[in-house]
Design a protein around this ligand. Structure first.
Ligand code: DC
Length: 240
């Protein structure tokens, strides 16, 4: 699946409401394992995979690249409308391309991660991105992961999961990923970082991270990756 790189504001999509029910909506805090679990559930169920966080990351990277002031909400909104985003799925992996440049790795840098907070609380930034998210899912069964999939973007999704884990466990998992990359870190700083992102995600005025009323809450703290994947597939198969 490829989203062609027209500016976000010019893209036209057919987005019938009835299409939006074949959705597995997975939300949860940073480091709960949403991305890897969602990707694997999508692969096994033959569904499309939507990584909405990658879009907020791409919009942030683009604003930084274009030299837009992160303290200017109107400029950030205009910049997001013009975002020439192209999401390419290759062999189960997502490549994020902006203006013809593959920025898959750049959007994961600590600098981009730190700056997302300037954009993700702005309604005018979220609106065009939500439009793309619904368009991607329109007409195809999709596993969508993020912070507001079950509450705002796909409120009609039949299967909603809120993936959680203790702060200690999420910090431990992030540390494991950095160990694997050979990236040095300070454990206390890592935990403080995740707590700050939790706080930002949960307390912002627009589309805060919340448990949807009809979401199934899955605490993964003491579950293996395989157990989490199995549990979600079972729930999805029961309702879709
Ligand atoms: O899932 P992630 O860590 O790649 O997401 C990056 C940031 O994007 C996250 O800190 C909050 C924001 N985000 C959001 O506001 N809404 C979403 N649906 C997904 C991500």
């Amino acid at each position: 699946m490829t989203m062609k790189s027209k500016p976000v504001s010019e893209a036209k999509f057919d987005c019938r409401k009835s299409d939006l029910t074949q959705i597995v909506a997975i939300d949860g805090p940073a480091g709960a394992g949403k991305s890897s679990v969602s990707k694997e559930v999508a692969r096994r169920m033959g569904m499309a995979f939507l990584d909405s966080g990658a879009m907020y990351r791409a919009a942030t990277w683009w604003a930084m690249d274009q030299g837009v002031s992160l303290s200017d909400p109107e400029a950030l909104a205009r910049c997001t409308e013009d975002l020439p985003l192209d999401l390419q799925h290759e062999d189960g992996d997502l490549r994020v391309v902006v203006d013809g440049r593959d920025i898959t790795d750049q959007i994961r840098t600590p600098e981009v991660t730190r700056n997302i907070k300037y954009l993700d609380g702005l309604q005018k930034v979220r609106t065009p991105l939500v439009r793309i998210q619904r368009a991607i899912a329109a007409g195809r069964p999709t596993v969508a992961e993020g912070r507001d999939m079950g509450t705002v973007v796909f409120p009609d999704a039949r299967c909603k999961i809120y993936l959680d884990a203790t702060i200690e466990e999420r910090t431990r998992r992030r540390a494991g990923q950095l160990d694997a990359q050979g990236t040095p870190y300070d454990l206390g700083a890592l935990q403080a970082d995740i707590e700050e992102r939790d706080n930002n995600d949960m307390t912002r005025q627009v589309a805060p991270l919340q448990k949807a009323k009809d979401a199934y809450i899955l605490d993964t703290s003491s579950l293996s990756f395989e157990e989490v994947v199995q549990e979600i597939i079972q729930r999805a198969e029961a309702v879709l």
